[in-house]
Design a protein around this ligand. Structure first.
Ligand code: ZN
Length: 342
């Protein structure tokens, strides 16, 4: 079995080690160190109502109920990622608390949030199983909040400005962030004035309304279109995307099964990730973000998914044959350009 890297995170991103940064470079505040493995939580969440902020369990022990929480979807290289330890500077936690509070009318409730940097253990053996839970964690979140430095500088004067800003954002160029957006029940983007629901951006754009609903203050509720509803229509595809992701993990030597891995170059593996990203982007809820180039590639992506997978099964193709088919199609799609920063 070959392995490109010992660090599971490299499956999704860069091999460069990063540490979290302060909100301002001159800040000297202390980092808050979390220990998700020792917290005993099934799903650890950051609770900023405690001082210092600490991890709590998504499951409420006394009532067996589940806390509502916000999932933070961010580009790790923009200051909140940390490969060395599960720690985040205090100033960043205060900033995150402020962002999350703006998502709710009852700000005093201090809704906890999930962020990989604090909630995923660094130790490799336990990190892997925690990473496997992310799909369920993002799907169960009350809201998914996107933090992207380019969007934080955009004044959301119209829906089309918002849509274009997201379309050109680093957040949209990564495979794992697009996945988080696609799986969200309720997706929000934070702009310079505050959070705006993806469903509102879509509705206002479709209606051609240049005076968005948020112009007169923030909407208290997103419009009726729940993103999860859109996704549920593609339920078969959701299962197929899971299978494709597992196949790619196995190809990187990071899956659970001891498989005979076909001879695939590192570059070809990256192209497979580009394929996975395109498949997520082709879902109805994400498709408005696609560029013309990406839209042109969607029919090929969908045909390939249908050819290789079928509602959670693999149509009898061997692992090696599935990989070779995806690699071949990824190569052909690459002629149209590979997205950056996969
Ligand atoms: Zn600081």
């Amino acid at each position: 079995m070959q392995s490109d890297s010992q660090d599971s995170l490299s499956f999704w991103g860069t091999n460069q080690l990063m540490t979290s940064k302060h909100v301002r470079t001159s800040c000297k505040c202390s980092p808050v160190v979390f220990d998700p493995a020792a917290s005993g939580a099934t799903v650890p969440l950051v609770d900023c109502s405690r001082n210092p902020p600490a991890l709590v369990d998504a499951m409420i022990p006394e009532s067996r109920g589940v806390r509502r929480y916000v999932f933070i979807s961010h580009v790790r290289s923009e200051g909140l990622g940390n490969d060395l330890e599960s720690s985040i500077p205090y100033c960043q936690l205060a900033r995150l608390r402020g962002y999350v509070e703006k998502l709710y009318d009852d700000a005093l409730a201090c809704v906890p949030f999930w962020i990989d940097t604090a909630c995923i253990p660094i130790k490799k053996d336990i990190r892997k199983s925690a990473l496997e839970e992310i799909t369920n964690i993002v799907k169960s979140a009350d809201k998914v909040l996107v933090l992207d430095s380019t969007l934080l500088n955009i004044v959301p004067e119209s829906a089309s400005i918002c849509l274009n800003a997201v379309r050109n954002s680093p957040w949209k160029k990564r495979v794992w962030t697009i996945k988080e957006g696609a799986l969200a029940r309720s997706l929000w983007f934070f702009f310079s004035t505050g959070p705006i629901a993806w469903s509102d951006i879509l509705r206002q754009t479709q209606e051609g309304n240049e005076t968005p609903v948020w112009a007169n203050g923030l909407p208290t509720k997103p419009s009726d279109v729940r993103q999860g509803d859109t996704f549920s229509h593609s339920e078969g595809l959701e299962q197929d995307l899971d299978l494709l992701e597992k196949d790619i993990e196995n190809c990187f030597g990071q899956g659970k099964e001891p498989l005979e891995i076909p001879q695939v170059s590192r570059l070809e593996k990256y192209k497979m990730r580009a394929f996975l990203r395109l498949a997520y982007l082709s879902l109805p809820c994400m498709q408005p973000l696609a560029t013309d180039d990406e839209l042109r590639r969607f029919p090929r992506v969908k045909d390939t998914m249908r050819e290789v997978y079928m509602k959670g099964s693999s149509k009898g193709l061997s692992f090696a044959n599935r990989i070779l088919r995806i690699v071949t199609i990824s190569e052909q799609l690459e002629a149209l350009g590979v997205p950056e920063d996969i």
